[in-house]
Design a protein around this ligand. Structure first.
Ligand code: SAH
Length: 343
């Protein structure tokens, strides 16, 4: 069956016309789904029963329900585990900041990229998420908190550019003025660096931020942490980043997770500065979040600060990501794994 919540307003209008309905019904239905995050047709009080019945017969209406919610006692960050209609589960995170709240969305169930430090990829890729299933993560959090979400980052489990078409549709619906209408500038998509897709995305000329998970400043070292580096060299990646800026005017965010003794030396900082110094960018340093299946250890506080200062001395724009939700399995994929183990 067609997935109703993944249709654009134009497509929904065409569907209504096919059913012999007036086209304003499409706008009503769309408003209930995307503007008001309705969980069922019963909520749509101005929709005729007969139309609701027809829709039930013809379309899937995807709704996510939280099966587990953990709230951090330290900073109020909430981690949600949602049940998908097929029995799979996905994680999303709500982070609250002074300037608004941000939802971190998963783009796939599992992941096939194989980054060594990441818990989401340990069992490989289960399946792609539908646009509606990505949207519903934001909607379900909105329903649960009753607060408006101002920012969305696609930094949960999965590689968004490995689910490219669904990602684009998700972005279109998320930022649409008849839906939640989140500003493109408040949306970030994080990738491990699938070069052709980065270029394709650049050509769409969206105003979203592209974040690149770099984690190493030489090809050798990056290959040890991220298998995707076997496919695309740093050279190609940097060219794709420059192209993204050229096409969109949006500066790139580089994510760099600091692992003790692996990528956090003075030499690493110097190599990184040389690699990206010519780009219009921002660097986000993340002390690696240790996962139980691997023995990577977080860089010490002083090493993180020293690394940051070395980059700053070279004129780079750098922040250290505040660790949020440390006490609630904050690292990608940890909550789902725990749930699957029956803990
Ligand atoms: N697949 C995308 C988005 C998901 S991960 C990507 O690779 O960018 C979001 C970020 O968290 C990425 O930078 C990823 O490398 C990083 N990450 C994953 N596991 C981590 C961990 N245990 N500690 C620190 N960062 C981690």
């Amino acid at each position: 069956m067609t997935d109703l919540k993944s249709l654009t307003l134009d497509e929904l209008t065409a569907e209504m016309q096919k059913m012999g309905e007036k086209s304003f019904r499409a706008k009503q239905l769309y408003g209930w789904m995307h503007g008001r995050q309705a969980v069922c047709y019963e909520e749509m009080t101005n929709l005729p029963r007969t139309l609701a019945d027809k829709c039930r017969e013809r379309y899937d209406y995807i709704v996510l329900k939280p099966v587990r919610v953990q709230e951090s006692a330290i900073d109020g960050t909430r981690k949600y585990l949602f049940a998908l209609p097929d029995g799979n589960t996905v994680e999303s995170v709500l982070m609250r900041y002074k300037h608004g709240s941000c939802v971190c969305v998963s783009s796939q169930v599992g992941c096939r990229m194989g980054c060594r430090f990441c818990a989401s990829t340990l069992d490989g890729l289960e399946r792609n998420l539908l646009p509606s299933e990505m949207l519903e993560q934001v909607y379900a959090v909105t329903r649960h908190t009753g607060e408006r979400v101002s920012n969305v980052v696609v930094m949960g489990s999965g590689e968004p550019l490995d689910n490219y078409d669904n990602l684009l549709r998700f972005l279109e619906l998320l930022t649409d003025e008849n839906g939640l209408h989140i500003s493109q500038r408040n949306v970030t998509v994080s990738t491990c660096g699938i070069v052709p897709r980065m270029r394709q995305l650049a050509d769409r000329q969206l105003q979203i931020t592209l974040a690149l998970s770099l984690h190493a400043a030489t090809d050798d070292r990056r290959r040890k942490l991220m298998p995707v580096a076997e496919r695309y060299s740093l050279n190609e990646l940097m060219e794709a980043c420059a192209y993204y800026f050229e096409r969109t005017g949006r500066r790139i965010t580089f994510e760099y997770s600091l692992v003790r003794g692996v990528n956090d030396s003075a030499e690493d900082a110097a190599l990184l500065a040389s690699l990206i110094g010519h780009l219009n960018c921002h660097v986000n340093l993340i002390p690696v979040n240790p996962i139980r299946e691997r023995d990577y250890v977080q860089s010490e506080r002083y090493a993180v600060n020293a690394f940051r200062d070395r980059l700053r001395d070279r004129g780079l724009n750098v922040t250290v990501r505040r660790e949020m939700g440390r006490d609630i399995d904050g690292a990608c994929g940890q909550l789902r794994r725990r749930y699957m183990r029956g803990e």
